[in-house]
Design a protein around this ligand. Structure first.
Ligand code: PLP
Length: 235
């Protein structure tokens, strides 16, 4: 089966983002799309790149490295690692990604810091917060967040940019917004506590809750299905 062209779905996703920013009274440059390309072929990423998309999110290290090798000619592409990260995979991630959104413990952060090649910019980091406790086992708790943030701010090869969450699926804007408001407040508190840190990123919102996320201040919205269509493999 051939994959459908994505020009329409990408245009629709961009319109959703622009409309949501307008509804929130936020400037149009305030948030951007992270195209989540896990399980999707390199050809679709190339197509999205030709349409101007630059940020791509991947969840599985080996799959991502395979696609990066094929797409090495795409200038300005930024790879974001957004999946669960085990210690034995940190080196590849430190060497081949610009961002990691799923850091939730010091041990992983320290390895990324130690393994980030000197020739590259510091690795941009979002801390994954377990914002609706029942939803997942990953993510730092709100109580432990400041301690983790402080430790990472001491790591010179990492740049702490903000917070990421995967809230439990919810129906309706009000229910979707509640955990996102908690994440926004957590970022505001971190900013007060660490005023010199470059904390400018709220990574939240997916295909089903983009609008709620933008209303609560999301700056990076992670869209998979809405851009690339339903996934067949993995999840
Ligand atoms: C798969 C995934 C997404 C994209 O989800 P969609 O519902 O397909 O938009 C976003 N964030 C993370 C962390 C993911 O694993």
């Amino acid at each position: 089966m051939t994959e459908p062209a994505i020009s329409e779905s990408l245009a629709t996703a961009r319109r959703r983002l622009t409309d949501a920013l307008a509804e929130a009274g936020r400037p149009v440059a305030d948030a951007r799309l992270l195209a989540v390309s896990k399980t999707k072929p390199a050809a679709m990423i190339r197509e999205a790149w030709h349409l101007g998309q630059r940020d791509f999110g991947e969840n599985y290290v080996q799959e991502a490295l395979d696609k990066q090798a094929v797409l090495a000619d795409l200038e300005g592409i930024a790879w974001h690692f957004i999946g669960p990260l085990q210690s034995n995979k940190t080196r590849e991630v430190a060497e081949h990604f610009a961002w990691v959104h799923s850091v939730d413990r010091v041990k992983i952060a320290r390895r990324l810091n130690d393994q980030r090649p000197a020739a590259l910019e510091p690795l941009d980091i979002c801390l994954q917060v377990n914002i609706s406790a029942e939803a997942s086992k990953s993510g730092v708790s709100l109580a432990e967040l400041p301690t983790l943030a402080e430790a990472i701010l001491d790591m010179p090869r990492l740049r702490l940019r903000g917070l990421m969450a995967i809230p439990a699926p919810a129906q309706g804007r009000t229910a979707q917004r509640a955990p996102m408001a908690r994440l926004r407040e957590a970022l505001e508190e971190l900013r007060k506590r660490f005023p010199d840190a470059p904390l400018d990123t709220l990574s939240m919102g997916m295909s089903d809750d983009l609008e709620a996320a933008v209303l609560e201040g999301a700056t990076l919205v992670r869209l998979g299905t809405a851009i690339f269509g339903a996934r067949q493999r993995h999840d």
